[in-house]
Design a protein around this ligand. Structure first.
Ligand code: SF4
Length: 410
């Protein structure tokens, strides 16, 4: 038996769409069935990205005459749960109508903090069902958390994301069923941001929109990022930044940002993406989205995270920089942020429950323990290795992007 990632495939207008992804256990022989639209593709958990690519290549060959194209569907929730109060806001009402029209299962909860109706008998089932659940709520706490080192404050727009990365930093504090959540009281959230800006001016205050989520994945439904970008576009002393692996950027290209929002893409070495990320766009897709964003005049950045120092890491990350330089070597005003792999005890326990066959290195003995800003400790690479990684990344940044700014390395 193999631990597997399942991709559902369907064919719409001769385009093959891949959606939905979940872990299951299947007999090995099931891997060798011929591909056809409508089937569920079963891909071994480790190296899933590579096998999926081969599968798609075979599928394309079979369907050659029909000029098959492969595309990933945007995130479609399996169920959407509303706080009743959310329906009193225009966005809540809009989302309610939209998902009802789409025939998506809907329900109500008394608070967005405690959702008890998500199924899942095992931790893995609970995790995957959580990732298919969207909760629409009202943000009541308008006191923003700090957000070092990337910004002064977090801007709370959403939590969680439909990606299923084994290394995800959110596995520490999003619970066993990390459902997606969006806040509909955007006017109140932005009014609170304005107060923070007023208190600090004439210093510029920077807000991070992706501290607890990847907000781009749900943007086609909510438009929250668009609202925030427009708001910050009009702020003399306020700046906005967020980071994403997702590529649903088209609705943001025409927003009047006035250069006040930095759009960053989270990228990684091919091997890391193939082994540890599931349900995220590929690197070329992210870079295509980054090109669009740069063409729309946004300040652009890349976050390389988590840097995983596995065998051959120097070559893997050099290859990443070469690929980047081919597309963005002449871009001006680029920024980089580098974050090495770290994990907490709680994240490790969750990762091992959801991805028991993970190839991630989670050996506490091989790490150094360090206290973080949120009061819990984390396991980071030991000092000597950190120094080596840092030196290597500084060299590559200078070599391939001499004009870029490295914001931080942690
Ligand atoms: S895309 Fe980012 S937020 Fe989403 S699962 Fe992956 S690491 Fe976590």
């Amino acid at each position: 038996m193999l631990r597997c990632v399942d991709y559902n495939i369907c064919s719409v207008n001769n385009r093959i769409r891949i959606f939905d992804i979940f872990i299951t256990t299947i007999p090995e022989r099931a891997l060798h069935q011929p591909p056809r639209p409508g089937m569920v593709v079963r891909v071994p958990h480790e190296g899933g990205g590579y096998i999926l690519k081969n599968f798609i290549a075979r599928l394309k060959r079979r369907n050659n005459k029909r000029k098959t194209q492969v595309m990933k569907l945007p995130f479609v929730p399996k169920r959407v749960i509303f706080e009743k109060e959310a329906l009193q806001y225009p966005l809540g009402e809009k989302l309610w109508g939209y998902f009802r029209d789409q025939g998506v299962e809907t329900g109500f909860a008394t608070t967005h903090n405690r959702i008890t109706t998500i199924p899942g008998k095992t931790p893995a089932e609970g995790y995957f069902e959580g990732k298919r659940t969207l909760v629409v709520g009202v943000r009541r706490t308008l006191k923003f958390e700090t957000c070092k080192p990337s910004a002064h404050f977090q801007l709370p727009l959403a939590t969680s994301c439909p990606g299923k990365c084994e290394y995800c930093y959110l596995l520490t504090n999003l619970g066993k069923k990390p459902y997606l959540r969006v806040y509909v009281n955007i006017d109140e959230i932005l009014a609170a941001a304005r107060d923070y800006i007023e208190k600090r001016k004439p210093e510029v205050t920077v807000f991070e929109g992706a501290a607890t989520s990847d907000p781009v994945a749900v943007e086609p439904y909510t438009g929250l990022l668009g609202r925030a970008i427009e708001f910050f576009g009009a702020q003399e002393y306020g700046r906005f930044r967020f980071v994403t692996k997702f590529t649903d950027v088209d609705s943001l290209l025409d927003v009047p940002h006035h250069g006040h929002t930095r759009f960053r893409f989270s990228i990684n070495a091919r091997q890391v993406i193939d082994r540890f990320e599931h349900a995220t766009p590929s690197l070329p897709e992210r870079l295509t989205a980054a090109q669009k964003v740069a063409a729309a005049g946004y300040p652009l950045g890349f976050l390389v995270a988590p840097i995983i120092a596995e065998k051959g890491w120097q070559e893997s990350y050099r290859e990443l920089f070469q690929t980047l330089a081919a597309g963005f070597g002449h871009a001006s005003g680029l920024t980089f942020e580098f974050i090495t792999h770290r994990f907490t005890k709680r994240a490790k326990a969750n990762i091992l429950e959801v991805f028991p066959g993970t190839g991630l290195s989670l050996d506490e003995e091989a790490r150094t323990f360090k206290f973080g800003q949120f009061g819990y400790g984390k396991y980071v690479y030991p000092g000597e290795l950190l120094k080596e990684i840092r030196a290597e990344f500084e060299v590559m940044a200078k070599e391939f992007f001499p004009g870029a700014e490295v914001k931080y390395f942690v």
